[in-house]
Design a protein around this ligand. Structure first.
Ligand SMILES: [Zn+2]
Length: 132
């Protein structure tokens, strides 16, 4: 007989934090399901109120990144509580940009509009001696 493998149970992290807890990683498919469920229940986004949406939301990189962040926070709120804060501190703040005329969906109407004429912000790399 051999001794039980005592390494089978990982120890706490050096900082004492148990890192075996929840992991809020998710797949693209899970994000799609979540966004579809969220959008289906929204009553506060209305074109007549100058708010914009695109059925191909996944075709807008900024929107995808914002939804990823929202979903991550939503999962945490579901697990640990804090849905009111999620709506006020996360959803409301992102919704202000997401559904605005100048937001990612502002040029899309009933169909997705490719943003071939989109003005992309340019950047120039600083000189080698640049510092603050
Ligand atoms: Zn679009």
């Amino acid at each position: 007989m051999t001794e039980p493998d005592t390494d089978a149970t990982p120890a706490l992290e050096p900082n004492g934090y148990d890192d075996r807890g929840e992991d809020f990683a998710f797949t693209p498919e899970e994000l799609v399901d979540w966004v579809e469920g969220l959008v289906a229940m929204l009553e506060s986004v209305d074109r007549s109120q100058n708010q914009y949406w695109c059925s191909q939301w996944w075709n807008h990189p900024e929107a995808v990144d914002r939804f990823r962040g929202l979903y991550e926070q939503w999962l945490e709120a579901q697990a640990n509580g804090g849905m009111s804060s999620w709506w006020i501190d996360h959803y409301d703040r992102h919704a202000t940009v997401l559904f605005a005329k100048r937001g990612p969906f502002g040029e899309c109407g009933t169909t997705h509009a490719d943003k071939t004429a989109r003005r992309i912000l340019s950047t120039e790399h600083p000189p080698l001696d640049w510092a603050w």
